[in-house]
Design a protein around this ligand. Structure first.
Ligand code: HEM
Length: 175
């Protein structure tokens, strides 16, 4: 009696394992991509587009969307950065700003992609990257100041970031 119960328990366990395995390995059929269309999140050369935050590392973030995310986070930060009760919210916002910055840095704005002369394009791409590296560094300083409760220093850092934005936009002809 006891061994029969043991046997049926073992059979039940084996059946469950098989079911779980077959569900885990089943792959939905991939929809086929129309001929000539780039994979999702990629654009033909020169017009990068994509979803920021893609996991594969192969996706090219959309510069404009990433910049807008960075801008939104900074505007919100500016309004609440001095308030100690809002420290956690500010730390979340600075994370959003950093994500936008890193995604923007990984993309190529059309102001660079559209340059025909290869040497001039490489120079513009390098300048774009340098500006965004400086922005990323400043964002980390602002994060540290928020974390240490230095509201005035954090606010000053945000003002500097907005000046960096304006200088970068002037250089690249963004209104
Ligand atoms: C805190 C820093 C920055 C913020 C908050 C910011 C914000 C923005 C925003 C809101 C846009 C969209 C503009 C629109 O809709 O017309 C934008 C676009 C753009 N920004 Fe920035 N930006 C920053 C830094 C920079 C820097 C340093 C550069 C240059 C090195 C730069 C280059 C560009 C370019 C090229 C575009 C146009 C992208 C496109 O249309 O594809 N930005 N930025």
């Amino acid at each position: 009696m006891r061994s029969a119960r043991l046997f049926s328990f073992a059979a039940l366990a084996a059946g469950t394992t098989l079911t779980v395995l077959s569900v885990a390995t089943a792959q939905p059929e991939r929809p086929s991509r129309p001929e000539g269309r780039p994979p999702e999140g990629r654009q033909p050369e020169g017009r990068p587009e994509g979803r920021p935050g893609g996991r594969s590392g192969a996706e090219v973030p959309n510069v404009e969307a990433s910049m807008k995310g960075l801008n939104r986070a900074l505007q919100q930060l500016r309004d609440q950065v001095g308030d100690p009760a809002k420290k956690d919210a500010c730390l979340k916002l600075i994370g959003d700003a950093q994500r936008g910055c890193i995604n923007a840095k990984a993309g190529t704005p059309h102001q660079v992609a559209d340059i025909k002369d290869e040497a001039a394009k490489a120079k513009a791409a390098e300048s774009y990257r340098k500006h965004l590296i400086a922005v990323a560094r400043k964002l980390l300083d602002v994060e540290q100041n928020i974390m240490e409760g230095k509201g005035d220093a954090a606010r000053a850092g945000i003002s500097e970031l907005l000046k960096m934005r304006d200088a970068g936009h002037e250089e690249f002809g963004v209104d």
